[in-house]
Design a protein around this ligand. Structure first.
Ligand code: TMP
Length: 210
């Protein structure tokens, strides 16, 4: 089982990934948790380039290719081996993020993005995608309070984009979810952490037939 989490900045997916992982581990399922961009050494290096606020001159096409490169490495090095040993893989962002951010957000050709996604994933597609949807203002407020309270690298290149950009990303995610209802479950990310947690668990348990 391959589960991905998606949503705009500050939608709460990182918290929910952690909670779901703990829940599945309690049920004695073997779980591998990972994220994009990143998830392994080489892809983490690419992540640093992608999210560094100083790289404001990165062109949209260069950005797209870096996401594809990070994904190709991550799928082969982490996701496919974990699935092959029977683990449930939970990934914080995957191919839909590229369609939403680079396609809808940056207006890059979505057919090209799908082609790059197909090459990078090598047939490994999510069985279930949890989309945490919330208003852009709610998400950005949460994202900035997190960034301001952390002392590590300031991974905020995307948070610095315009509200209109984030709105296009949100609309893009909703369009993707509407076009693939069998794979997506959309959950209201403005609810409380506990309410979202039980909605996520219900969706996952139904899919895992637990
Ligand atoms: P994160 O903050 O959820 O770790 O995600 C990192 C950022 O990367 C986030 O702003 C969304 C962006 N992103 C893309 O633009 N395209 C992609 O394909 C992925 C995976 C992430």
């Amino acid at each position: 089982m391959f589960i991905t989490f998606e949503g705009i900045e500050g939608c709460g997916k990182t918290t929910q990934v952690k909670l779901l992982t703990e829940k599945l581990a309690e049920l004695k399922l073997r779980v591998a948790v990972t994220r994009e961009p990143g998830g392994c050494r080489i892809s983490d290096r690419i992540r640093e380039i992608l999210l560094d606020a100083e790289n404001s001159s990165l062109t949209p096409l260069a950005e797209l290719f870096l996401y594809a490169a990070a994904r190709a490495q991550h799928v082969q090095e982490v996701i496919q081996p974990a699935l092959a040993t029977g683990k449930t893989v939970i990934c914080d962002r995957f191919t839909d993020a590229t369609l939403a951010y680079q396609g809808y957000g940056r207006n890059l050709d979505r057919a090209l993005i799908s082609r790059l996604n197909d090459e990078a994933v090598d047939g490994t597609l999510p069985d279930l995608t949890v989309l945490l949807d919330c208003p852009v203002e709610t998400g950005l407020e949460r994202a900035f309070s997190r960034i301001n309270s952390c002392n590590g690298a300031r991974e905020e290149r995307f948070e610095l984009e315009s509200i209109q950009f984030h709105q296009r990303v949100r609309d893009g995610y909703l369009a993707l979810a509407a076009s693939q209802p069998a794979r997506f479950v959309t959950i209201d990310g403005s609810k409380s952490i506990a309410e979202i947690e039980s909605a996520v668990a219900a969706a996952v348990f139904k899919r895992l037939k637990l």
